[in-house]
Each structure stands twice: as C-alpha cells, then as structure tokens.
Write a protein that binds this ligand. Structure first.
Ligand code: NAD
Length: 353
C-alpha cells in the first residue's frame, strides 16, 4: 500500500528543490501518494492567508509532510508559515543532524552531531511587549511592585520554560538516542544565570535522564558549549536544547560541516511530522536551477526513516554521499557546476547502480 505524504513545494527555490527530492525518493521504488498543497506568500491573494486550512488538514490526515522552504517577507504583516506550522501541529521536537560528508569543504572531519531543539516555548513563544505600549507599562509597574526595576523605555520579551515541554523534549532526545544507537545526551542551558527558566530545564533534564541509565548524560552551559563545539566537537553526540540555544547551535553545527546546502531537518510531534531543510528559500536563485538539493534530499532520508523505510533511506543517503564525494555532479556551493536537476539525476543514477 502506498504511503500518503503531504508535499508543500514552498516558494523561491522551494519548487525546484521539491521536484528534485521527489524524483530521488521515487527512484527507491517506495510507493508514495504525494498530496501536493501550497502555502506561502504566493497563495496569500487566493486564500487570504499564507497557511490555508487545507494544508493543515492534509498534514493532520497524512501525519507526515515534507516541505521546501517558504519565504517570510519582512514587514508583510504575516507571521512565519514555518513557525505557524510548528505551533498549529504541536511539532515540539526539532531534529537537526550535522555530519561530515566527504567532499564537502570544511575545517573539520568526522563530525557527527545531532541537535534536538525544543520548538514551542522559550523566547520564541512570541510573548512580547512593545516599548511604550500600555501593556509594557503595566508589566513594568507590576515588576516594580515585585522589586524589579525595568527602564520605562524598555521592550520586553518573555522566556517561559515549563516542566511539561522540557520533560517531553528531553525524553524525545533519549528515545531518539536509543532508536539510533547513540551514546550520549548533553543538555545545554544557562542555569547559573537564569535559575527559574534554564535552571528548571536542567533540573527536569536530570530527572528524565535517570530513566535512561543505558545512555550517558551530561550538561553544558551554552557559552562553554559554543567553545567546546569549535574546539572538540568529537566529544559530543546529541545536544538537547531550549528553543533559542537550539536555533543558534544548529547554525553553528551546520557551519562545522560545510554549510546550509547540506543541512537537513525535521519538526516532529506526537501526531504529525514535517521534514524540511534548515536553509531558507534563497530567493535570488529562484528558477535558476542552481541551488543544492542535498539538504531537502537528506530531509527525505529522515522522513523515510520516520515511516520505517530504513533501507530506502540508506540507499538515498549512500547515493548522495557518493555523488558529493566524487565531486563531479555537484552544485556551485560544493565547488561544482551542476544544476539542481543534474545533481538529482546523478543521485538517482547511483540509487539504480
Ligand atoms: P537562505 O537560507 O534562504 O539563503 C542564504 C544563502 O544561503 C543563499 O543566498 C545561498 O547563498 C545559500 N543557500 C541557501 N540554501 C542553499 C542551497 N540549497 N544551495 C546552495 N546555497 C544555498 O536564508 P535567507 O536569505 O536568510 O532567507 C530567505 C528566506 O527564507 C527568508 O524569507 C526567510 O524567512 C526564509 N526561511 C525559511 C525557512 C523555512 O522555510 N523553514 C528557513 C529559513 C529561512
């Protein structure tokens, strides 16, 4: 029986990348009924929203989706479709593996890290008070009564961290470690300064870790973590992070392995999962057949593993790694002259070998 999977091509370079990814996945022979739905700035005029209900309904029905990047126009008045999707579907775990691929230029060798980022709270919760607004003034007044002096010309962003969200993300990281046979989970925080938010994250993580004696557990303060990742990345395995640190560390780790063109990702909840590259829509390259399909193709590898198609996932991974290692049919960012389509064709050919 075919899998029903929602495909959101996205905008900018999204459609050409999605097309390449779809052909690579189909080359494995796994039967998939793609339900193609549109979201983003291009559907605004027709639907009055960049995220029509049909998109959410499709993902809820199929439980699995893969998407190309979607532009968030600056100052357009609509919030990021990507953030909205994560929120609406409670995709609380953001998975971002970063690994060395032979043939990708980097200062580092043998990197094999996984970032597990909490996706629903922290400074990303969107709880903000604009400087000078009535709400900001009331909040500053309340804080004054509590003994905290905040300047009257301040803007304020709130950082909630809950036991509930921390428990489920840390548990998710340990379950992932067991499933993928990994050895260690490191919790990242700044508990020495933010005792009641990051402190709670750390305390909760330690408690959850007791349920997983087979997996090593440790913690690192986020600033020290940055230095350690640059100096000794081989010491680390899975990093479980609150939202903002996870965001920053995933770009750092993408940098360790050669950049955005090869960085896959996934947003996973209990009811649905959406797979997408870490990179954005790279609009200046839209329609030029130039950008690297690897990040979206490797996101499809995560997707195939998620639905239990491990063999097909391995075939795509090995074929992609082989094409990159050979360095002949690769895109500009990997030092080649191939287009998106040509690189995808080379991967497809290797899958068939
Ligand atoms: P971007 O990732 O789109 O591009 C930055 C640069 O990285 C590009 O100019 C290009 O040089 C390079 N690059 C990115 N992807 C590449 C690929 N596949 N192959 C080769 N080179 C690649 O980042 P940006 O310019 O900051 O964002 C553009 C738009 O994308 C913004 O509207 C942003 O909000 C959105 N965005 C969407 C997502 C998502 O859909 N999940 C994620 C990040 C950014």
């Amino acid at each position: 029986m075919a899998y029903n999977i929602t495909l959101i091509p996205g905008d900018g370079t999204g459609p050409e990348l999605s097309d390449a990814m779809r052909r690579v996945v189909e080359a494995t022979g796994v039967a998939i009924e793609w339900e193609v739905v549109e979201a983003g700035a291009d559907v605004m005029d027709k639907h009055g929203t960049p995220l029509p209900d049909t998109v959410l309904e499709s993902i809820k029905r199929n439980k699995v989706a893969i998407k190309g990047p979607i532009t968030t126009p600056v100052g357009s008045g609509f919030r990021s479709v990507n953030v909205a999707l994560r929120k609406e579907l409670d995709l609380y775990a953001c998975l971002r593996p970063a690994f060395t691929l032979k043939g990708v230029k980097s200062r580092y060798e043998d990197i094999d890290l996984v970032i597990v980022r909490e996706n629903t709270e922290d400074l990303y919760a969107g709880i903000e008070f604009e400087k000078g607004s009535g709400a900001a003034e009331r909040l500053i007044g309340f804080l004054y009564e509590e003994g905290a002096i905040v300047r009257s010309d301040s803007g304020i962003s709130i950082k909630p961290i809950s036991v509930t969200a921390t428990e489920r993300i840390v548990r998710w990281a340990f379950e992932y470690a067991r499933r993928e046979e990994r050895r260690k989970v490191t919790a990242v925080h700044k508990a020495n300064i933010m005792k009641f938010s990051d402190g709670l994250f750390l305390e909760t993580a330690r408690r959850v870790a007791e349920d997983y004696p087979d997996i090593e557990f440790e913690d690192r303060i986020v600033d020290n973590m940055c230095m350690q990742l640059v100096q000794k990345p081989e010491l680390y395995d899975i990093l479980v992070c609150p939202n903002l640190y996870g965001d920053i560390l995933s770009d750092l780790c993408a940098g360790l392995v050669g950049g955005l063109g090869v960085a896959p990702g996934a947003n996973i909840g209990d009811e649905a999962a959406v797979f997408e590259p870490v990179h954005g829509s790279a609009p200046k390259y839209a329609g030029l057949n130039r950008v690297n399909p690897t990040a979206l193709v490797l996101s499809s590898v995560l997707m195939l593993k998620h639905i239990g198609e491990r063999e097909a996932a391995d075939r795509i991974f090995n074929a992609t790694a082989a094409v990159i290692a050979e360095g002949k049919d690769v895109t500009y960012d990997l030092g080649g002259t191939a287009g998106t389509r040509e690189m995808a064709e080379a991967i497809i050919k290797k899958i068939g070998d």
